[in-house]
Design a protein around this ligand. Structure first.
Ligand code: ZN
Length: 187
């Protein structure tokens, strides 16, 4: 099957993808159980819900690659910054690329052998995520963190493992700056 080439515009400050073929949002209420400070999460979601991040994508039927943006809003739950759910790829032979457009953040990675890594995210920085590494992005700044991701359509996102046991490292604010810490509730 032949697939048509295309030109797609990306707004590096707002994260819009034009044209786009898909879009989803994650609110703080949908992140139940993912933050260390359950009381702070309950207080923050009791009366209102907040948009924490959204994902916009461009995909063509039958193509091998697709891409899009993740726009992460600034905020914290307790001392822990807003973050994505985090995932392994279902296909452990497929990696991903994250190209930061604006904002400040940290990409935390870990493999199943227990190795952990962090890659700083700022405009112009490209994070190479090799196959087999779980990844979660965290907005440590005061502005939206916007990055472009490119991945194989067959890679698939497996969220269950990280939902179940968390990630080994977390990023918290300490004395006004982001610090990477061991996760005390990692199972
Ligand atoms: Zn991924």
């Amino acid at each position: 099957m032949m697939i048509d080439p295309a030109q797609v515009f990306i707004d590096g400050l707002g994260g819009d993808v034009t044209p786009r073929t898909g879009h989803y949002r994650k609110t703080l209420r949908e992140m139940e159980g993912m933050y260390q400070d359950a009381a702070a999460w309950a207080a923050a979601t009791a009366e209102t819900d907040s948009l924490t991040y959204e994902v916009k994508e461009y995909r063509q039927e039958g193509a091998d690659l697709f891409f899009g943006t993740t726009t992460m809003y600034p905020g914290k739950v307790g001392d822990e910054y807003y973050m994505t759910r985090g995932h392994f790829h279902i296909r452990d032979d497929m990696g991903e690329v994250y190209y930061t457009q604006s904002g400040l953040g940290v990409l935390v990675l870990e493999d199943r052998a227990g190795e952990t890594r962090e890659v700083a995210m700022s405009a112009g920085s490209v994070a190479f995520i090799p196959p087999g590494w779980a990844h979660r992005s965290i907005n440590t700044g005061t502005e939206p963190l916007v990055f472009v991701w490119v991945v194989n359509v067959a890679a698939g996102n497996d969220y269950a493992e990280i939902l179940e046991r968390g990630m080994r490292r977390l990023v918290v604010e300490e004395n006004g700056v982001p610090v990477v810490r061991d996760n005390p509730s990692y199972r």
